[in-house]
Design a protein around this ligand. Structure first.
Ligand SMILES: [Zn+2]
Length: 249
């Protein structure tokens, strides 16, 4: 995967960009701080505003998601701005919804923490799936064939303890070939990102707790997350345990 602008500048939520292509209900931009989603994480959402050079009027639309088509990121809009009405063109102001970003990044970061405890507690059990939603709910699936579900639920306390401890979260890039040799680094069987074109893998490091390959959005410190509640642990097939979690507050 490419190194996204939102990975290089996680704090960048408002910027200008040129419209490089448009179609009914979508625009492609010269640059974008949006995270396009992937690996079970929903995309960022936000807003764009533009002016129309032909009549000095402007327009605006919510960005509801990103659709990737080759190298083009289509920013999906909540209204058909073509062919009737004004067409976004020239320079637009791009605004990423910071509350949505924070909710998703919080749940996503805490999914790493949960993953770390499951990995330790259950002899290297791997993730088989994940879904991080924008409404403050998420789930992770683990390959845990013979485990008491209450033992999984009990991990809520150590996860919340990590929030209280305020551990730093950093992203680093390592050689993908080296990374594969480190047990546990590529933790997930289904949501690990592919390397960058020059062979680097993005690693999320939670200080002293966990390192794993991931292309999503994360907090910079675990203390930024609301507390988490594990609402349910379900059996999904012979091997899978599905862990559902929400913000506790
Ligand atoms: Zn992640």
């Amino acid at each position: 995967m490419a190194i996204y602008l939102c990975h290089q500048e996680p704090g960048l939520l408002v910027h200008d960009a040129e419209v490089v292509a448009s179609r009914p209900g979508a625009v492609a931009l010269s640059r974008s701080a949006f995270h396009p989603g992937g690996g079970g994480q929903v995309s960022d959402r936000g807003h764009i505003t533009w002016s129309d050079a032909s009549d000095a009027s402007g327009g605006e639309a919510d960005v509801t998601g990103i659709e990737i088509d080759g190298d083009t990121w289509w920013h999906l809009l909540d209204r058909d701005v073509e062919p009737s009405g004004t067409v976004p063109s020239g320079v637009v102001e791009v605004r990423v919804d910071g509350d949505h970003r924070h909710r998703v990044a919080s749940l996503h970061t805490m999914s790493h923490v949960l993953n770390a405890f499951v990995f330790d507690e259950f002899a290297g059990a791997l993730v088989t799936g994940a879904q991080i939603n924008g409404d403050g709910t998420g789930r992770m699936d683990f390959d845990l064939p013979e485990v008491d579900n209450e033992r999984v639920r009990a991990l809520e306390a150590p996860v919340n303890d990590v929030i209280a401890r305020g551990l730093a979260v950093r992203s680093v890039y390592v050689d993908a070939g080296d990374a594969e040799a480190v047990a546990g680094l590529v933790r997930s069987m289904s949501v690990a990102p592919p390397p960058t074109p020059d062979g680097l893998l993005r690693i999320i490091d939670i200080d002293g707790l966990d390192r794993q390959a991931c292309g999503g959005t994360h907090l910079s410190n675990t203390a930024e997350s609301p507390l988490i509640r594990i609402t349910k642990v379900e059996n999904k097939g012979r091997h899978n345990r599905r862990v559902r979690f929400v913000f506790a507050e």
